[in-house]
Ligand binder design. Structure first.
Ligand SMILES: [Ca+2]
Ligand SMILES: [Ca+2]
Length: 321
């Protein structure tokens, strides 16, 4: 578009063809006015009106890739004309919100890349996950499995509650941060004992034949629990508590079973006479699934009366939200 500008001159200046680049000079009383040809602006049409282009050069890889996918029509909007007023020979130009004066002249406004400029402001990150610069503004985006909330945060979608899952009717849906898991509890098959499912997350041993010592030493039940957590939770922290629901024997013993993976991240502690707790001892970066198995043994005068196994599966998300 053309920009009109006024300047004070004497009568003879229009005669000297002051308007450049094909501009038309119009005589006024003690003034002249240049009506500029298309593509030129300024008092004497000396400035080219910038062709619309993306001026963002110093962008991060993330937003650069976002820019490259912008449709051309959107990209053109990253430069807009300014609004100029001339008062007593001084020109003041302003921009729409989200734009700033750019270039040597004041006639064009460039989109402010809020993602770069305000990336780490006093109020923290502009966007919890990813910032996408737009013409005149910006927006935040979240990974798949999350919705944007409050304009900047990411909230997990509960696929289990909203039926956006494909778990079969034999499976349980476990909502996780950024996704979901379909889990299926199959009772263990171990020698000397048989187990029956008494709830979706519990298998109990069938009564042992009298005097079958091998059977009576197998776990009385297996209990299954699923936790969903975000990455890099601070540690140490209690992840799970195991309590005896009734008074069992004269002593309870809690033991962490299993090998390296569980022992790298977990310990088991007693928190009171009847309760043991599974502690996370080091932060975990996901996505990863950790499993821990805690045995609670019931003893009476040091003789084992029963064993109760709790299997805890922890789904750690990829992100810290
Ligand atoms: Ca912007
Ligand atoms: Ca989810």
């Amino acid at each position: 578009m053309s920009v009109f500008a006024f300047t004070i001159c004497n009568f003879s200046e229009c005669a000297s063809s002051p308007c450049l680049n094909g501009g038309t000079c119009v005589d006024k009383v003690n003034k002249f006015l240049c009506v500029c040809a298309k593509g030129w602006a300024g008092e004497t049409c000396q400035s080219p009106v910038p062709t619309f282009f993306i001026t963002r050069t110093n962008t991060s890889a993330g937003s650069a890739s976002a820019a490259s996918t912008l449709p051309a029509a959107t990209a053109r909007l990253h430069v807009r004309p300014s609004r100029c007023t001339t008062v007593q020979g001084t020109t003041h130009c302003t921009c729409e919100q989200g734009y700033t004066i750019s270039g040597r002249d004041s006639y064009s406004c460039t989109d402010i890349d809020e993602c770069e400029v305000f990336h780490n402001g006093p109020a923290g990150k502009l966007c919890l996950h990813k910032c996408i610069n737009t013409a005149g503004g910006y927006r935040c985006s979240c990974p798949a499995g999350y919705n944007v909330t409050n304009g900047r945060s990411c909230k997990d979608i509960d696929e289990c509650a909203t039926r956006q899952n494909n778990c079969t009717k034999d499976q349980m849906c476990v909502n996780t941060y950024g996704g979901f898991q379909c889990v299926q509890v199959d009772c263990p098959k171990i020698p000397h004992a048989t187990y029956v499912k008494t709830s979706p997350t519990r298998c109990e041993r069938n009564p042992c034949p009298l005097d079958n010592r091998a059977c009576s030493q197998t776990p009385n039940f297996f209990s299954y629990h699923y936790l969903a957590v975000v990455s890099n939770l601070s540690a140490p922290r209690v992840m799970f508590r195991i309590s005896a629901q009734r008074k069992l024997g004269d002593m309870l013993r809690f033991t962490l079973l299993g090998g390296g993976q569980a022992r790298r991240h977990f310990i088991v502690q007693r928190s009171d006479h009847q309760t043991g707790q599974l502690m996370l001892v080091s932060p975990v970066q996901g996505p990863v699934t950790l499993e821990a198995e805690v045995e609670m043994s019931e003893l009476e005068k040091r003789v084992q009366l029963g064993r109760y196994l709790t299997k805890i599966t922890m789904f750690v998300s990829q992100y810290e939200f």
